[in-house]
Design a protein around this ligand. Sequence first.
Ligand SMILES: Cc1cc2nc3c(=O)[nH]c(=O)nc-3n(C[C@H](O)[C@H](O)[C@H](O)COP(=O)(O)OP(=O)(O)OC[C@H]3O[C@@H](n4cnc5c(N)ncnc54)[C@H](O)[C@@H]3O)c2cc1C
Length: 459
Amino acid sequence: MERVDVAIVGGGPGGSSAARTAAAAGADAVVFEKGVPREDRAGPGPDSTDAAGMLDYWLDLMDEDPADIPDEVILREIDGAAFLGPSEDVFLQSTGIDATYDGFGFCYHRAKLDDWLRREAEDEGADYRVGTGVKDVTSVAANGGYRHRLTLHDGHEVEADALVLADGPGRQITMPTLDQFLPEDESASVRLAPPETNHIAYQEYRRFPEEVFEDDRISFWWGWMPGETAYPWVFPNDGTVARVGLTMPIGMDLDDVENPEDYRLLREDDDRIPGGAEYVRRLLEELYGDEYDVEEDFPRVESRGKSKGTETYPISSTCPIESPTGADLAVVGGAMGATSAFHEGGTHVAVRTGKIAGRRAAEGTLDGYNAEWKDAIGSEILRNVAIADVVGDFGPGDWDRTFRVTRQIQDASDGGWSLSRRNAASASGGLKLYAAYKRAKFRYRKGKYVQVRESEYEV
Ligand SMILES: Cc1cc2nc3c(=O)[nH]c(=O)nc-3n(C[C@H](O)[C@H](O)[C@H](O)COP(=O)(O)OP(=O)(O)OC[C@H]3O[C@@H](n4cnc5c(N)ncnc54)[C@H](O)[C@@H]3O)c2cc1C
């Protein structure tokens, strides 16, 4: 049987980054990526679905120098983010967080970012194998540590001293692998099951008429469709092509929606929650339908995305889990639930958790992994979990109020954006919002945002 030092399941940003640092630390590191076909990549590669926005301070969290990112990855610099409620909006031109990157952020080509991260790993000597997925993992205690046997779908077996799970928010391998260390009634398969904790995302690549293409901003419409963390967005790419997409909870029932008539993307004759493609069509109709024939003037760009200009994807809008590091195992990125529970940004935290896990797996110091990722990205996770908590049951009116307050706070922030008690006090309703955010942060302080604790694993 083949033996390796560090095996990595999944070759997205988390997996490639783990392979890169593991190989750099001298380990024999192998990535197993099942391989997903995309219109915009020759041959199968990692999944690479992403609206693909990067904010200034995320580069610091990734621990990447922007100068190292190849030009072909960056599609367009942006000046800010627009948040649009049913009738109020706000345009933020600063994240309000210190960053070394000089600018608000940029939109990037996700497949090219993933391909670059793969090259970085291979340059360090990692072996990146694409085309056959991992079917299952068996972990057994051996010689005072653990050994992990991976069986691939083609029957090939590999044994590894350390395992990094980077299979993304679908967690098809993460859940059963963690189940080996959890009591049956507390299993990961139940606690992390997609319908319980995950959302579905859908996006289309559309070519916009030049006169309405907003190339300087990413835009989010909140309070336009029902559901927690449910919102459509537009991200400008190259030329006048934008990704138009949305995220929404899996399996929502229209009967559970209070005041469906308040949502601009629902229709009186809906008998169920619309599908992703229908939501995208309705958004474009609402925004441009008076002056344009949406299907004709905003055509889908079929040469991009996973299939004819579209992509569908699971996404874990949830809290992160700790890893059973005593079993020489680390879970990273989307698989560990590090993707933001509020805005779905997650590539940066996948890269960082991957880097930490890979290096420690190679050094044999995985026992420090949970503490180190909290130190590196804990403030980002806390911020996102707290905001998600505050806005969890917001309806359209709450979003309008919040954007009005945010605009007033912005006006009080000397041209930038910073949330302080003093700035909040300058907006009517600002202190209430500020207090709710502070309370949520307090509730989740000291890592209380963690969904599965290391102490729960039986290792
Ligand atoms: C629609 C959408 C928009 C988003 N927008 C943004 C954004 O603008 N900015 C941002 O930073 N983040 C965004 N995110 C989040 C971001 O995509 C994720 O946080 C990030 O991809 C997580 O990286 P990862 O490596 O952990 O997982 P993934 O990128 O999901 O990679 C996991 C890999 O594992 C492979 N795999 C799965 N199972 C197996 C198996 N059994 N065997 C072998 N391989 C397997 C998959 O093929 C995949 O390539 C968005 C997500 C979605 C869905």
